[in-house]
Design a protein around this ligand. Structure first.
Ligand code: NAP
Length: 208
């Protein structure tokens, strides 16, 4: 299987990359990013601009894609800029890979993703899921983690506080709302690429 990883410089994407290059099941791994990867290992790492139109290249031709692309409202600076990354860019990359032959797509989505949500963040995630479902992938995997437990270089004070509270209260909060490690999310995304046709949605408590 030829695998593409999107967002490989991020917390979950870098973990997907780390695990994928160690697995024997992948013929090739390509991880296009907008800044070079520190340790691409055996992966091909085209450094590209993700602004549209996306570049033409032979490496879009893969069997499966794992997408961990995303930003935060704070990083993006506006709702419009956030939507551009978490919705438009994800769908543009998915479409390009689909046209080039990809039949499997796994998205790192979010707990509560719902196109009808009153929360802008969750509505965006839900619309991205719906957009992907319309693209006709043979197998579409939507993984919806709660707060992601990972080491980060940048400071995200609110997220950090949430993580500390989540770790502390983990034994008494329902499993769906407990923080979940980037390692477990990556393993789930990779494992779920195999399997029969259809749309598979995995809630946070199913990530392991
Ligand atoms: N944080 C949480 O607790 C949480 C919870 C549930 C779901 N999620 C979702 O899970 C996904 C992965 O999360 P994460 O924590 O791994 O994210 P992350 O560490 O912030 O990584 C995001 C990735 O997306 C890339 N990216 C962002 N904007 C881009 C742009 N304009 N063009 C090209 N690449 C861009 C980043 O590249 P650079 O390194 O170049 O910036 C990075 O590779 C996101 O969609 C996030 O919304 C997060």
């Amino acid at each position: 299987m030829k695998l593409m990883i999107l967002g490989a410089t991020g917390a979950v994407g870098s973990e997907v990359l780390r695990q994928a290059v160690k697995q024997k099941g992948f013929e090739t791994v390509v991880a296009p990013t907008r800044r070079p990867l520190e340790s691409p290992g055996a992966a091909r790492n085209p450094v590209i601009s993700f602004e549209q139109p996306l570049p033409e290249a032979d490496w879009w031709s893969v069997d499966a894609v794992i997408c961990c692309l995303g930003t935060t409202l704070k990083q993006a600076g506006s709702k419009q800029a956030f939507y551009h990354v978490d919705h438009d860019l994800v769908l543009a990359c998915a479409e390009r890979a689909r046209e080039a032959g990809a039949s499997r797509f796994a998205l790192n989505s979010a707990l509560g993703a719902n196109p009808d949500s009153r929360s802008f963040y969750l509505r965006t995630k839900g619309e991205t899921e719906t957009g992907l479902a319309r693209m006709g992938f043979e197998r579409l995997i939507l993984v919806r983690p709660s707060l992601i437990d990972a080491e980060r270089n940048e400071t995200r004070p609110a997220e950090h506080l949430g993580l500390l509270a989540g770790r502390l209260l983990s034994p008494i909060i329902p499993k769906r709302y407990r923080p979940v490690s980037a390692t477990a999310i990556a393993a789930t995304l990779l494992r779920e690429l195999s399997g029969g046709p259809g749309v598979v949605t995995l809630e946070s408590e199913q990530i392991q």
